[in-house]
Each structure stands twice: as C-alpha cells, then as structure tokens.
Design a binder for this molecule. Structure first.
Ligand code: FE2
Length: 326
C-alpha cells in the first residue's frame, strides 16, 4: 500500500474550541473488510485503497456501494487500482457517490466524450503545434498545479471528483491530498479567532494553473477580484465536522480586512494547511488508477512531470451545494 506521512499529532487535546481526535470521527488505520471488499487505509492522515471489486461490472450491489460510501466518508479519498472503465462507465460509477455535473460548458463534448467528462491531457505533439483546439489550448496540460480544491470559484463548488488515469508519465505527476478537517482542528487559537464566522472571496478570473481565463481581466490586487464568497471554516453536511476551506491562494481575499491583513492571514492559513503532517504524498499515478476525493474536506495538488511525457485523465465532478458556515 502507498505510504505517506503518518499523522503525528492526533491526540485528544483541544485547540481553540475544536476537539481533536474525537472518537466519533476516528479513522481506522489497519486494513479491514466490508461487504466483501478490502479497505486498506493509507499510512497517512487520509486515504484508503479499495480492493476486491471490478467497477467495470454493471452492478457492484447495494452492500458494496454502501461500504464504499462509508469508506469514502471515513478516509476522504479512495483509490481503486487496475480498473478498466469506458467513459460512460466512469460516469455511472460516479453516480454511485453523487450526481455527475454537466461539464459541456468547458467544451469537453468536442472530444466526443459524455458531457459529464472533463478530459485532462498533456500531448507533446499538440504542445509543439499551433493547431491544437481551443479546448486543449486552455487546458491544464503540464502546468504546475499547487494545492487547491476544485472549482471553489463557483457558487456551488463540486462535492467531489472521480479521477480516472488513462495514461501517466513514468515519473512525477502524482496526485497528492491533504486533510482539511485536521488542519481545521489544529488551527492556532489566534488564527481561528481571525477567521471563524468569516468568508473569503474566491477568485474567478484565473484557473487552477493560475492562468487568466478567457474573457477575464486581471484584478489589480486581490481586494478587487471577483468571485463567490465562501466560509473559511465550513461544516461538512454529511459528517457534521468542520473543515478549513481555502480553494486557491492567488487573488483570494477576506472581506472586512485591509488587503495587507487579509494577505497575512491567508499566508498563515495556507502555510498551516499544507504542512506535511496533513498530507498523503502518493507515488506516481498508474494507468487504471481511479481516485475519488471529497472536495469539501480535502485539497489536492499534482506534482510536476516532464512536459514531453503524455498524460491523459478523465474527471467527473459531483454536483455540490453552497458551503455551510462552520
Ligand atoms: Fe484539481
């Protein structure tokens, strides 16, 4: 099983009114069985591999579906290896965990894929030619991807994403995750006092690779950005647990503070939340990996890889709701 950073600070102590390591939120760390499946928790603060199921089959059965949903709630990120899914089947699998979003607005249907699939591709041949489609030209390709949660620049950010690896570079490009429940539990008291009950404005003008979106103008500074406001501490509607919700760092702003203070608070929040002790740093993705993450209580980042290497993945997003103040 993949190894990561073993959580070193899960004690029963309380910090700033949040209780850490509460038994009702306990996450099992040893492998266990559920509905005929093997659940292998990552040696990290989040994540588990699910073994013993071929998701290409039509019906996993109610018990297996319930077991996988429970494992998702417990471990926040699930990984299935060596899966063989058509794009249509990936959408059906996503439907076991939520409602797949229609993503045709980002032009994915040009590729002849179901409207729920977002294609994430790096193709050295297309990068070298001027003839790539508009959709490809505005895609993420090999750009650096820092820690983020998906689509926080929307009023209704997705609850989760189901990411299927079709082609992967031999080295690099791993998708890593961090646990935002734990980052929230551990917030220093003075920092919590500055952000509790407040919202942050999530910039819409740039994409996850910090590239200015088509049709947008670059804000002069973060206080002039545009985008939805979401609670900085959010309540997860399923677990009832509080998580830090940061979205993306560039051009984020906390209304009610002067720009310099907002920047200082956000810098502290980000340094805290992306500390190694909350992260599952994974090995490089392999073709056939299927990864489900909860966008409400985790962030993810992609490690760099050689732009001359091909990479192809398909992502389905699960429809979300307005984040709840925590
Ligand atoms: Fe992402």
């Amino acid at each position: 099983m993949e190894r990561g950073n073993v959580m070193s600070n899960a004690t029963g102590a309380t910090t700033a009114g949040f209780r850490r390591g509460e038994s009702r939120f306990a996450r099992r760390l040893a492998p266990y069985s559920a509905a005929g499946l093997e659940i292998i928790p990552a040696e990290a603060p989040l994540g588990a591999e699910v073994r013993g199921i071929d998701l290409a089959k039509e019906d996993p059965g109610d018990e297996a579906v319930e077991a996988m949903r429970a494992a998702w709630a417990e471990h926040l990120v699930l990984l299935w290896r060596d899966q063989t899914l058509t794009p249509e089947r990936q959408v059906e699998v996503a439907r076991l965990f939520g409602e797949p979003e229609d993503m045709s607005r980002v032009g994915t249907d040009e590729a002849g894929l179901p409207k729920e699939i977002i294609e994430i591709e790096n193709d050295p041949a297309k990068n070298a030619s001027a003839g790539a489609s508009d959709r490809y030209a505005h895609g993420l390709k090999y750009h650096e991807l820092n820690w983020h949660s998906d689509n926080s620049y929307r009023e209704l950010p997705p609850d989760g994403s189901l990411f299927y690896v079709r082609e992967a570079p031999a080295e690099g490009g791993a998708t890593n995750f961090c646990n935002m429940y734990l980052a929230c539990d551990d917030l220093p008291a003075d920092l919590l006092a500055k952000v509790r009950g407040r919202v942050a404005r999530h910039d819409t003008s740039h994409n996850s690779a910090n590239v200015l979106r088509k049709g947008f103008r670059k804000p002069r500074d973060a206080s002039e950005g545009i985008g939805p406001e979401h609670p900085i501490v959010r309540l997860h509607p399923v677990s009832g647990r509080r998580a830090l919700y940061l979205g993306r760092r560039p051009y984020c702003y906390i209304p009610g503070y002067a720009l310099a203070e907002s920047e200082a608070i956000l810098d502290r929040l980000w340094a805290h939340a992306t500390d190694q002790r909350y992260a599952w740093r994974r090995r490089p993705n392999r073709p056939g990996d299927l990864i489900l993450w909860d966008n409400r209580c985790t962030m993810h980042m992609r490690e760099p890889f050689d732009p001359r290497q091909r990479r192809l993945a398909h992502r389905v997003q699960l429809l979300g709701a307005k984040p709840i103040m925590g």
